[in-house]
Design a binder for this molecule. Structure first.
Ligand code: 4AD
Ligand code: MG
Length: 477
């Protein structure tokens, strides 16, 4: 029997028509009302079963989690909470779910519990909403760049270079770790490895995006990236998705404009296209927050926060100005920060970033012109020879959501920066070549996709916005 998706049923309300729906039981009340959800919509459809026409055997199989199909007439609902319901004449149970062992019951589960049952958490209201929003957000990213005539560049996942120069890469090898081939002087013979050399999972598609941008004009990547950093925080994953636009002839200010436009476009898209899911997450967060002590409650609800962000020009300040603000801030003077800022040159921790955003400016902040010693080798050095044209965008509740820069396009300056920072030059000959042939100013940035999903869904833990999180010590599937 051809099924009708429940979102269609709820949107078009074909009263009087005979239709078939298929999905999973969310709840079963009074031996008569089944709430069926098929993932197409936040809402479930109420199925009213005709007990006379059902065998008692079938009736016994209806429990939360079971997969069912129902055929019948769509009618106006007498009950509260729904406009329509399906009067089912036929009901099939495709697959049972033993109520003694099925973990997802029609009640509130903690996020920790659901993380342990990540294989089944898709079946909850919360994770249904999150993953629908995640989908819409990825579509909106492609739409934004497509509308602006950017090309989607598929950068490699296996690479031979460390794009960030931070040494946090996962090795890729086909050699047997217990019995690797050795050279005559007893070293592991990398020539015998699959690629004939050392390879890793990519930490960023930026360097490849630069090659393409200096020919195609403007490109973006959107793919998985990998970092073997041993961070146990609510904002770090070992495998995360990054969006990296790169534009020829853009300087750092153009770069900030593009990033701010993009973030607002994405927020607006989700507000327009994910209303039901957002409203549910908004209400759930409000309920949770109302149980917190007053001083820990956020000053805005989820949807209000998104709308508020759209209305603001992001603050744009230099690193030097930020250090000034932080040095004069109460938590720094009273040594309330875990890392007290001693002066210019200090790397900012997330507590400092969040102070600037949440306490000082109370809106998103773009920080630029960082000390060169705390940033990557490829960033353009300013005339002061102390700072580079880096920019980070800081968001409320998240901290750094975007990191980017204008790139060093001068071959000699880039070479001396690489030397200073011990970046292997021979291996990156291809990266240097685009400075040798037709070099030009260019800029780009990376948006941490999961941090963006965190921001729009209000989830405090990054593990709850990616279907199968990878973190230190955790890769269960
Ligand atoms: O600041 P990052 O390291 O910048 C780059 O990788 C540049 N190559 C980007 C570019 O200019 N094309 O990372 C960019 C963003 C961060 O701002 C953060 O949002 C996210 O990626 N990110 C992570 N997200 C989740 N887990 C991690 N371990 C992350 N590391 C970075
Ligand atoms: Mg960064």
């Amino acid at each position: 029997e051809k099924r009708t998706r429940i979102d269609q049923v709820l949107a078009t309300k074909p009263i009087g028509e005979i239709i078939t729906v298929k999905g999973w039981v969310r709840s079963f009340r009074n031996n008569q009302f089944i709430a069926v959800n098929d993932g197409s919509d936040f809402d479930s459809l109420q199925i009213v079963i005709n007990r006379e026409s059902l065998s008692s055997d079938t009736l016994k199989k209806i429990h939360p989690g079971a997969a069912v199909g129902a055929k019948g007439t769509l009618t106006e609902s007498q009950g509260r909470g729904q406009a329509v319901e399906l009067k089912a004449d036929e009901l099939i149970v495709y697959g049972e779910a033993d109520p003694e062992t099925y973990p997802i019951q029609p009640k509130k589960h903690t996020k920790e519990f659901l993380r342990e049952n990540a294989h089944l958490r898709f079946r909850t209201n919360t994770f249904g909403a999150i993953f629908r929003i995640r989908h819409e957000l990825s579509y909106a990213i492609h739409k934004f760049f497509h509308e602006r005539k950017f090309y989607y560049l598929h950068s490699p996942i296996i690479t031979a270079s460390d794009a960030e120069g931070a040494g946090e890469m996962f090795r890729v090898t086909t050699l047997d770790p217990n019995n690797p081939p050795l050279t005559t002087d007893g070293q592991v013979d990398l020539k015998k490895d699959f690629f004939g050399r050392e390879t890793n999972l990519t930490v960023s598609g930026q360097l490849e995006a630069e090659l393409a941008a200096l020919a195609l004009g403007q490109v973006y990547t959107f793919g998985p990236t990998f970092r073997a950093e041993n961070s146990h925080t609510s904002r770090h994953l070992a495998e995360f998705w990054m969006v990296e636009p790169e534009v020829a002839f853009n300087d750092i200010n153009d770069n900030m404009d593009l990033a701010e436009d993009m973030l607002k476009y994405l927020i607006n898209y989700v507000l327009e296209h994910c209303r039901k899911d957002l409203q549910f997450l908004h209400n759930a967060a409000e309920k949770e927050d109302s149980q917190k002590p007053k001083n820990q409650r956020p000053d805005m609800g989820l949807i209000d926060r998104l709308e508020f962000c759209l209305e603001q020009d992001f603050a744009r300040i230099t690193y030097t100005e930020a250090i000034d603000i932080l040095m004069n801030s109460k938590p720094n003077k009273k040594k309330k920060f875990n890392y007290v800022i001693e002066g210019w040159g200090a790397d900012l921790q997330s507590e400092h970033e969040r102070y600037l955003v949440e306490k000082h400016f109370k809106k998103p902040v773009i920080l630029y012109n960082y000390p060169k010693d705390i940033k990557s080798f490829y960033m353009k050095v300013n005339d002061d020879n102390k700072t580079v044209r880096a920019m980070d965008i800081l968001f409320p509740g998240i901290g750094e959501i975007i990191g980017g820069s204008e790139r060093e396009e001068n071959l000699d300056v880039l070479k001396s920066r690489m030397k200073e920072m011990n970046i292997p030059m021979e291996e990156l000959y291809w990266y240097l070549d685009i400075r040798k042939y037709g070099s030009c100013p260019h800029s780009g940035y990376g948006l941490g996709f999961e941090r963006m999903v965190q921001f729009v869904t209000g989830m405090s833990n990054i593990r709850d916005v990616i279907p199968f999180p990878r973190t230190p010590g955790n890769a269960s599937f």
